[in-house]
Design a protein around this ligand. Structure first.
Ligand code: BGC
Length: 765
């Protein structure tokens, strides 16, 4: 094997500001807008006038109890009510409020800051606007299945249009945590298990939320979160500790953040978890050395909800005062909800425990942010009740919700082309707890700001497309985790009276999201019993799976002839599912998370490293190999997998060279043909594997994908570029390096199949 060299250029190895994947290839450096890079005279002027308490106030963020969306969600922590909050705004003791809703009330509060406070510094209004606001789009994991950054950008833009009209400047999104363990409930909020897909979608969502001009009335500041490695909580247990090598941190968990910053994000949120024993919210290495030192991030770090105070429970801070000190010294600029900064920073500075310069630097960043979005010149931007009426739940929003919903659906199985169904001539039974349910279409964040009157259930969506709506019989059979008296009997009778059964089973939305880790990821037992009773009728079953993570499919559900992964698709869920069921939309989604054979395989992800004893190709082989006693360590449905109603053939893979020079580009091409009878989209994927390296490497890594849209019989060439940057990894001493040697490259339909070739990366020079 050729001698390996590092990729340091003339100055030697250098990990500074190196961007992996998408961001690197787009040639994007981590830069902030010019206005944001250096504090302006206005900001410096204000800073010079501020008391210590006013400085601490700018760094303090509280739940907006002046205009709460759904009452007091957290009375234990919300010690500030509307009156006390307004008084504190006037006293200059608050810099931002979050999770309030309504333009007029926000205007009134802003007026209190502008007319009632000494320095007239405007407030920022933030919120958890994750995947839609009044109109809800698919959960981010579902949308990731579209493998379509353009779609993610459009839904984020639409989300910003509605949210900024309701008096908001800033969203606590996108969540860019890479999630490799499906037991973790927050898998639902991110882009799944892959780094490259995570980078591409993180950047797209930032662009969508923020738009082209930060000062525009409909631009919403993005906050890629949670910094960092929250997705790596041990055993998928929410808030658990994280034990992670530096290499995996840098290769897997950090790149989506870099991509988000490269796309212009000016904020991030420090995570709840620790990383190798140091809580993220007091983690100087993460928040200062890497974020600001290596990457040159000039924006604002906000703690997660009371995460600074939780340093005490972590056993890392002695008490609240100590927690405030550790958080600000590590690099947390703003404290969310605990009130620790306003309570302790003035005394911490006057006693010398925290240098004034540290507090000043944070205040400068926050004021610069307010300036960057135009708040000083126009404190009432995005606080316009008229816009709120005009920009909310428009037909265009609902059309986008439906389109994005249908494009997020993944066809996992379709024996004998059972799908799509004809709109006439068949009697259908829609069975299962989600059949006519409207409480589980939006996803875990959906209950927050959504206009629930918009929610379309499955029965309504399906009937709307049937020639005879009466030929659909609807029976829940059971609830998500409990029985309904007589439910099974009625459901079986419905199945017997029908030609085809649509079985809507899976998780409820409150089984997913924050604080909803599961020990196993199966469909609840009562639903499985229902499914068995239905299967016993012998009627063909189409499974409409409801879920916010990958699910372990088993028994009659796994063996049903047709399965659609339908996630939580948002306001238009029923219509979106009907579009795919009846063929108005040909499914083109691909799994952003691997469906394991068994829950016990978790954490399971396609891009694990190769072992010294790979599993044998014979599925029954029982040698001493990396497999379970009962099953191979494979996916039931792998990352990247998804069928179509038509057939695509990928052929003629070609490499422009088999010897890639250090600074050259390799072109990989192939032909894709739609060999079926229907128009369809296909996502062609490119993976690589480094055969021999100074660290063991993943069995495959996604490095590109392309969506092609082809009429029946049409053929197109797809073309990918591979450069040295795609081949890099974190080597010894945490430096990004590329090593000369042989690489395999696949063009494929998923992470486990495809055409394969190989090439050699030649040494430098
Ligand atoms: C979540 C964050 C969220 C914050 C504010 C926390 O519990 O982890 O993602 O932004 O609450 O609602």
């Amino acid at each position: 094997m050729a001698l390996k060299t590092t990729n340091g250029g003339p100055a030697g190895p250098n990990r500074r500001a190196f961007l992996s994947g998408a961001a690197a290839l787009a040639g994007l450096a981590v830069t902030a807008p010019k206005a944001f890079a250096r504090a302006s005279d206005r900001v410096e002027g204000l800073l010079a006038q501020m008391t210590l308490e006013e400085k601490a106030g700018q760094l303090s963020v509280f739940a907006d109890m002046i205009r709460p969306p759904i009452g007091d969600m957290n009375p234990l922590v919300n010690i500030r009510n509307a009156q006390t909050l307004t008084a504190e705004v006037k006293a200059g003791r608050i810099g931002a409020l979050f999770n309030g809703v309504g333009a007029q009330a926000a205007r009134d509060t802003q007026k209190a800051a502008i007319e009632g406070s000494r320095l007239k510094i405007p407030l920022l209004f933030a919120a958890d606007v994750i995947h839609g606001f009044r109109t809800v789009f698919p959960i981010p994991l579902a949308e990731a299945a579209s493998f379509d950054p353009h779609l993610a950008e459009r839904t984020a833009r639409a989300t910003a249009l509605e949210a900024t009209a309701a008096g908001l400047h800033w969203t606590f999104a996108p969540m860019v945590d890479v999630a490799r363990d499906q037991r973790w409930g927050r898998v639902a909020e991110g882009s799944g298990e892959d780094v490259f897909l995570g980078e591409v979608l993180a950047a797209a969502r930032v662009r969508g939320f923020q738009g082209k001009d930060l000062k525009a009335d409909d631009s919403m500041l993005a906050t890629p979160k949670h910094f960092a490695a929250y997705g790596a909580v041990t055993a998928g247990l929410e808030y658990n500790s994280v034990e992670l090598s530096d290499a995996t941190l840098r290769e897997v968990h950090l790149p989506p953040f870099q991509a988000a910053f490269a796309a212009g994000a000016l904020m991030t949120m420090s995570a709840f978890n620790d990383v190798n024993g140091i809580p993220a919210t007091a983690n100087k290495m993460l928040l200062t050395d890497i974020l600001r030192g290596e990457w040159g991030f000039k924006g604002v770090v906000i703690s997660d909800y009371t995460a600074d105070q939780e340093l005490v429970a972590h056993g890392f801070a002695a008490d609240d005062r100590d927690a405030a000190r550790l958080a600000i010294l590590a690099g947390v600029d703003m404290s969310m909800q605990s009130g620790l900064y306003i309570r302790y920073l003035p005394e911490l500075v006057s006693s010398g425990a925290v240098p004034m310069a540290v507090v000043d630097a944070s205040v400068r960043r926050v004021l610069a942010l307010k300036e960057a979005i135009g708040l000083f010149d126009n404190p009432y931007r995005s606080l316009d009740p008229q816009a709120e009426a005009q920009r909310t739940a428009t037909p265009a929003m609902r059309a986008l919700s439906r389109e994005s919903g249908a494009r997020s659906i993944v066809l996992l199985k379709n024996d004998r082309a059972l799908l799509p169904l004809p709109r006439a001539g068949k009697r259908l039974a829609l069975i299962g707890p989600f059949a006519d349910d409207r409480d589980n279409v939006l996803g875990a964040w959906g209950g927050f700001f959504a206009d629930r009157r918009l929610s379309v259930d499955l029965a309504t969506g399906l009937r709307a497309q049937m020639a005879d709506p009466n030929s659909l019989i609807v029976e829940r059979g059971c609830e998500v985790e409990t029985t309904i008296a007589g439910g099974f009997e009625r459901a079986v009778a419905a199945a017997q009276a029908a030609d085809i059964v649509l079985l809507a089973v899976g998780e409820s939305q409150d089984m997913t999201g924050e604080a909803k880790s599961r020990t196993d990821i199966r469909i609840p037992p009562v639903q499985m019993r229902l499914a068995e009773a239905i299967a016993a009728t012998g009627k063909p079953i189409i499974v409409l799976l409801r879920h916010g993570r990958a699910i372990q499919l088993e028994g009659v559900v796994r063996d049903a002839p047709a399965i659609l992964a339908t996630w939580f698709l948002g306001s238009e869920m029923g219509n979106a599912v009907a579009d795919v069921v009846f063929g108005a939309v040909n499914p083109s989604g691909k799994l952003p998370v691997s469906f394991p054979i068994d829950s016990g395989q978790e954490p399971f992800f396609y891009n694990g490293r190769t072992t010294g004893r790979p599993a044998p190709s014979d599925p029954n082989g029982q040698e001493y190999k990396a497999r379970w006693r009962s099953i191979r360590n494979d996916a039931l449905y792998p990352f990247g997998f998804g069928l179509s109603y038509t057939r695509f053939d990928v052929t003629d893979m070609k490499l422009s060279t088999q010897r890639l020079a250090w600074n050259d580009t390799l072109h990989v091409t192939a032909k894709v043909k739609n060999s079926g009878n229907l128009h369809g989209d296909h996502v062609v994927q490119l993976y690589i594997r480094d055969r021999v390296a100074s660290r063991t490497r993943p069995v495959r890594e996604l490095k590109g994908f392309q969506r092609v849209s082809l009429a029946p019989g049409a053929e197109r060439e797809v073309r990918f570029e591979l450069k040295r940057q795609h081949l890099m990894f974190v080597g010894d001493n945490d430096y990004w390096i590329a090593e000369p040697g042989v690489f395999d490259v696949w063009i494929s339909n998923s992470s486990v199949d495809g055409l394969v070739a190989s090439f050699e990366l030649l040494p430098v020079g």
